[in-house]
Ligand binder design. Structure first.
Ligand code: GLU
Length: 447
């Protein structure tokens, strides 16, 4: 990735100040790689250390989370909240519970979130949080006690006009419910807008669960449309089998595509008849089990332990599991097998080398901060419903989501063309989002 010489000192400072935080370095490099053209066109953004300020979180909170397991043993995890940027609105972004979580990962996610949220056009700043807690195999009681302890510290940093968390990997409706309950109890306030991704019985929005996967599929459909193509009749691979993957699979099928593979961290399944989504939902959402169980039920499907889902030939690939899951080697395999479009359902799932391989091969490529923005956009719609004490229908909410995704697509495409790189959605997303945050920061003065 070429970084403009005006920006190299900024990158050097980020690398130095955040030593060892590889994912954060990667995310900053990717954005700075696009900003050379902005610095050339609008030299004023070099003043006021605007880009430097954007790379430094406004606030970072790290705390101890003690809890008691079912055997009565006291356990300790580490909790994080990185409040990255509030120029456009309250900090907004999910919580991730996964053993890999550390401050560098949360910082990369918070940085990405700031730009993603700006792209939605909604009044939300960027933040991210979570814990190195591993929910796998934990009982409901253990999950509840962990969530309550986590919120006991985090609640003092939140508020519907301050910071509004939601879910991410390892945090879904169940965890949000326990955290909302504890927030309400500690503050003695029914402040629905303090968390999003809530259940429908206590202030959640319809279509929020589906939104990230649906939104990513809408984005890829628009992108395919620019080349006169669509999902209809296409073979698609979707990695992961969590919330994003499940609802991407659902929408792709609605658009006439055939999803033939999905995965979890242990392995992947291939079903040439098209993935049976009801079965995946039953395994993942009800049984909370591993995807290998799919092949145990469906004899026509194969389960491959380990290995790479990207070895499966596909026309469209939607990496929807986690960061850096699709490598340069995987990208070359997909290109050799004729892939025409790649849409990132997860945050930064393609390595920089993989992105380069796709772009050099002329494959349509949608970066996560644009393609997966439908989740957080629908969170902003949930905040709107909470603020007006209203609740919209599924159709109304999905129509708003579809509209937001179309706008993001068009804005990225137009910005890329304006800056001399038509079809480069990475550049378009980075510049369009940077301009929105930068203009607001400029207006607010040196803060
Ligand atoms: N964790 C999701 C994301 O990566 C959603 C965040 C939210 O809804 O606040 O965008």
């Amino acid at each position: 990735m070429h970084i403009d010489e005006k920006l190299t000192p900024i990158l050097a400072e980020v690398l130095h100040r955040n030593a060892g935080e590889d994912e954060f370095h990667q995310a900053v490099k990717e954005v700075l790689g696009s900003l050379g053209r902005v610095a050339a066109k609008h030299p004023r953004y070099a003043n006021g250390a605007l880009i430097e300020r954007l790379c430094e979180p406004e606030r970072q909170v790290i705390f101890r989370v003690p809890w008691v397991d079912d055997q009565g043993q006291v356990r300790i995890n580490r909790g994080f909240r990185v409040q990255f940027n509030s120029a456009l609105g309250p900090y907004k972004g999910g919580l991730r519970f996964h053993p890999s979580v550390n401050v560098g990962i949360i910082k990369f996610l918070g940085f990405e979130q700031t730009f993603k949220n700006a792209l939605t056009g909604m009044p939300i700043g960027g933040g991210k949080g979570g814990s190195d807690f591993n929910p796998r195999g934990r009982s409901d009681g253990e999950i509840m006690r962990f969530c309550q302890s986590f919120m006991t510290e985090l609640h003092r940093h939140l508020g519907e006009n301050v910071d509004v968390p939601a879910g991410d990997i390892g945090v879904g409706g169940r965890e949000i419910g326990y955290m909302f309950g504890q927030y309400k109890r500690l503050t003695n306030r029914y402040e629905a807008g303090v968390l999003t991704g809530k259940g429908l019985t206590y202030g959640g929005s319809r279509a929020r669960t589906e939104a990230t996967g649906y939104g990513a599929t809408y984005f890829v459909q628009s992108m395919l449309g620019t080349k006169g193509q669509s999902f209809a009749g296409r073979r698609v691979s979707v990695s992961g089998s969590g919330n994003v993957a499940i609802y991407a699979i659902e929408k792709i099928a609605e658009f006439g595509g055939k999803v033939v593979a999905c995965s979890d961290s242990n392995g992947y399944i291939v079903d040439d008849h098209g993935i049976d989504l009801a079965l995946v939902k039953e395994i993942k959402e009800v049984r909370r089990a591993r995807i290998s169980e799919y092949a145990a039920v469906k004899s026509a499907a194969h389960y491959i332990e380990g290995g790479s889902i990207w070895d499966v030939p596909a026309d469209v690939a939607m990496p929807s599991a986690t960061q850096n899951e699709l490598t340069g080697k995987d990208a070359r395999t997909l290109v050799n097998n004729g892939v025409i479009a790649v849409g990132e359902g997860a945050n930064m799932p393609c390595t920089p080398e993989a992105v380069r391989v796709f772009q050099e091969a002329g494959v349509l490529f949608a970066p996560g901060k644009a393609a997966n923005a439908g989740g957080v956009a629908t969170s902003a719609l949930e905040m709107q419903q909470n603020a007006s004490r209203d609740s919209w229908t599924f159709e109304q909410t999905e129509a708003r989501l579809a509209d937001v995704m179309r706008n993001i697509h068009d804005r990225c495409a137009e910005t890329a063309a304006d800056y001399g790189a038509p079809g480069d959605y990475v550049l378009g997303a980075n510049i369009a989002s940077f301009l929105r945050v930068a203009e607001a920061m400029e207006a607010l003065g040196v803060i």
